[in-house]
Design a protein around this ligand. Structure first.
Ligand code: 13P
Length: 252
């Protein structure tokens, strides 16, 4: 059976002390929760990984980097490789976020390499896909999502897919306060599961966790998470306050 997951993506927010404080607060709240119905992950800036790893119980709260390099090591000033991320004790990496695709020109080919290197380093990958407002309005959105998944993930084996979590994040819903309706999100999640089934068979499709991201908050999480194919969320803004984040974690 697939897991429910609620993952925070802090993006470029918090200093290290602020991040440690936030991670501690999340971990304490998670430890107190008697009846948790999901795994909890915090996605933090590279600079925070070691300190946050020390501050949390990794058996209770997973730790994700927000990116990794498309090389293992070498003369790539400023880059951080997947083995480096893994060496901090992090167990996940977020790849393919629309902000990285758009602002840092990450192509499907680059992301394919990053996915391979992350898996080789023993990291689980939270792989993001999602359409722009223009693509939603011109009706090409399903093709866009299918291409994003095919071009960076579908070279993987069924065994490797066990370490992939997919996050559907419609770009028009990120940081805009404009959430996809639960029905709109469910439609795409079911579509993603159907293309996984076509490629890998029903078992892999059924076992793959598919998260929703985009203005998810405590008030709309219950309706989203009640949908059959929505297995949790990738949370931006609302992951920066422990109480808001926990309001989503406990929404199942
Ligand atoms: P918001 O929750 O701030 O809309 O961000 C979503 C997101 O991009 C998570 O990766």
């Amino acid at each position: 059976m697939r897991k429910n997951i609620v993952a925070g993506n802090w993006k470029m927010n918090t200093t290290v002390p602020e991040g440690v404080e936030l991670a501690k607060a999340v971990c304490e709240a998670v430890c107190k929760e008697q009846n948790l119905k999901c795994d909890v992950v915090v996605g933090v800036p590279f600079t925070h990984l070691c300190a946050v790893r020390q501050a949390i119980d990794i058996n209770k709260v997973g730790l994700a980097a927000e990116n990794c390099a498309d090389h293992v090591s070498g003369a790539y000033t400023g880059e951080v490789s997947a083995p480096m991320v893994a060496s901090t004790g992090a167990n996940y990496v977020i790849l393919g976020h629309s902000e990285r695709r758009e602002y840092y020109h990450e192509t499907a080919e680059i992301l394919k390499t990053k996915v391979d290197l992350a898996l080789e380093a023993g990291l689980k990958v939270i792989f993001c896909c999602g359409e722009s407002l223009e693509q939603r309005e011109n009706g090409s959105f399903k093709q866009v999502i299918e291409d994003e998944l095919k071009d960076s993930l579908f070279h993987l084996s069924a065994e490797q897919m066990a370490n992939i979590v997919i996050a559907y994040e419609p770009i028009w819903a990120i940081g805009t306060g404009k959430t996809a309706t639960a029905d709109q999100a469910q439609e795409i999640h079911a579509f993603i599961r159907s293309i996984l089934a076509d490629k890998y068979g029903k078992q892999v499709a059924d076992d793959t966790t598919i998260l929703y991201g985009g203005s998810c908050k405590p008030s709309n999480a219950p309706e989203l998470f009640a949908k059959a194919d929505i297995d949790g969320g990738l949370i931006g803004g609302a992951s920066l306050k422990a109480a808001d984040f926990m309001g989503i974690v406990t929404a199942f």
